[in-house]
Design a protein around this ligand. Sequence first.
Ligand code: ADP
Length: 483
Amino acid sequence: LKMLLKDPSLLETRAYVAGEWIEADDGATFEVTNPARGDVIAQVTDLGRAEVKRAITAAEAAMKLWAARTAKDRAQVMRKWFDLMMENQDDLGKILTAEMGKPLAEAKGEIAYGASFIEWFGEEAKRIYGETIPGHMPDKRLTVIRQPIGVVASITPWNFPNAMITRKCAPAIAAGCGFVGRPASETPLSALAMAVLAERAGIPKGLFSIVPSTKASEIGKEFCENPAIRKLTFTGSTNTGRILLRQAADQVLKCSMELGGNAPFIVFDDADLDAAVEGAMASKFRNNGQTCVCANRIYVQAGVYDAFADKLAAAVEKLNVGDGLTEGVTTGPLINEKAVEKVQDHIQDALDGGAQILTGGQPIEGLFFEPTVVTGITQTMKVATEETFGPLAPLFRFETEKEAVRYANDTIFGLAAYFYARDIGRVTRVQEALEYGIVGVNTGIISTEVAPFGGVKQSGLGREGSRHGIEDYLEMKYICLSV
Ligand code: ADP
């Protein structure tokens, strides 16, 4: 992997703690493997609780000086960081593809997307406005100021090894907070490369630490029990989110949670079918189906069901599965064996219930899987309630608008939903009726740093991106002055 990089020093395997590159106290390391080839690409430092504690203490000290600097000053450092990420987009993309599997073009897209949060929130740092409130008594002057919440702890998954972290560290650092992030142990290299560039950009020593570790629950406990941590931000499964929320209760820790989804994708009779197929492909098969906003259930109205199914199957057959570092590959491997088994299980469960495969359906040697379309899915099958997180497009047939909305909302999740329709009345009714934090209308791609991303119901708490994204990292202080 080093040989593929213009700047091999971006491939760092040590942890970045309190502004130093360190090994673990006990010398422990863990292997990172390339899911497309199965070979070990790095031995990464495996930290324990003691080193993470040091990172937190350093962040607490560093943020005092950082928060005291002007917003413009903080923004300039962040701009430098953003520029460095974009200058190194190729290398960062290759590291990301090697550890996670997504095709290089997609990986480079993620680097640009991830970096955009650093640019955006650096700019937002200048707009952390306060308020004055007309006094409630003649001698009272009321003001509200907004201050950094304190040291932020972050836990992130493997599916976006860069962007899931920047969405959290960018608003934290812009607000004046210290940041300690534990990347997923499948994908620590992208996070460490980001730390190399943070250091070069002039992010002060100790303000930003990356603590790779396989001891997830131990690190999670340190994050929840250390009194210097004032905010926990997590992206991952709803189940782990619940565990962390329970743990966070003892310290009354503020939490942001980006949890699981079960996105419906509805195609109405009046939709532009070609556009709907294109949107479904983008939403379903991006990252090989491994995103929390991927279409998980595709509902198609009876009048266009067969036509849509044929067009979708034809588009799916054009996908090119393989090693993401190979030119022309559109679809990489799944992350691990468990992920492959889940896709297989969902397909088998559907077939047992009477569904039929239109295309695909089989695993391919290694961690690859044929992009699959299954027709004749019903609300009682596993895919209706569980996120597949893989390349399976299950097609449900429906008759009426009411029925589609009822099916779509029939889940504990509420992250993203999509629908295709042209009738303006229908578009308005359906966008309002969907119980989701994000709705894509006539589009399958909704993520951008300028909009608030987040879910309702058991998909989470808080929003990331947009001017709202920095709120989670600020506390309000109301000052009552008697004159
Ligand atoms: P995913 O299916 O995306 O791996 P998880 O919720 O299992 O979802 O994992 C998301 C992140 O949370 C990963 O980095 C994982 O290591 C971490 N994690 C899992 N369990 C815990 C825990 N009990 N405490 C802290 N972190 C955890």
